[in-house]
Design a protein around this ligand. Structure first.
Ligand SMILES: [Zn+2]
Length: 143
């Protein structure tokens, strides 16, 4: 495996520092001296921050010649979040998104949940509430 992956695995997501850009599936490929990334959400303010963080990490590790290429198609989906990433998100209190199911409460595991607001603590997350334990939590907006 390309050692660049190791560098990228240390780059935290600007919004959710417990997960790396690799955990989130933002890094699509490392090949031929370039890193291919797909931002989580077009227009998300974190997108620019993500690219900057990756650039800084590559430079710091001596990969100044490695280019970052952003591709928007196919669009990022929550399916690309690794199992490890989902576990970290759950531990952090953010419901791992699953398009097929209702949000799962990260506190009690109930799926009896409802979306309270499209606007969570950041533009990429929505505010949800668990109807079992009444705990509010953030969930990635699905598209
Ligand atoms: Zn709950």
């Amino acid at each position: 495996m390309d050692p660049i992956w190791e560098v990228l695995a240390q780059v935290p997501d600007p919004e959710i520092p417990v997960v790396s850009v690799v955990d989130l599936g933002i890094v699509r490929a490392v090949e031929n001296g370039r890193v291919v990334i797909t931002p989580t959400y077009t227009g998300c303010p974190a997108t620019i921050a993500i690219e900057q963080s990756i650039r800084e990490a590559l430079d710091a590790a001596g990969y100044r010649n490695v280019a970052i290429e952003t591709i928007l198609s196919p669009p990022w989906t929550t399916d690309w979040i690794s199992e490890e990433g989902k576990a970290k998100l759950a531990a952090y209190g953010i419901a791992p998104p699953d398009l097929a199911k209702a949000a799962t409460c990260p506190r009690c595991g109930s799926t009896d949940t409802e979306e309270v607001s499209r606007f969570g603590s950041t533009p990429c997350k929505a505010q949800w509430r668990c109807k079992s334990c009444l705990e509010p939590f953030d969930r990635f907006k699905c598209h």
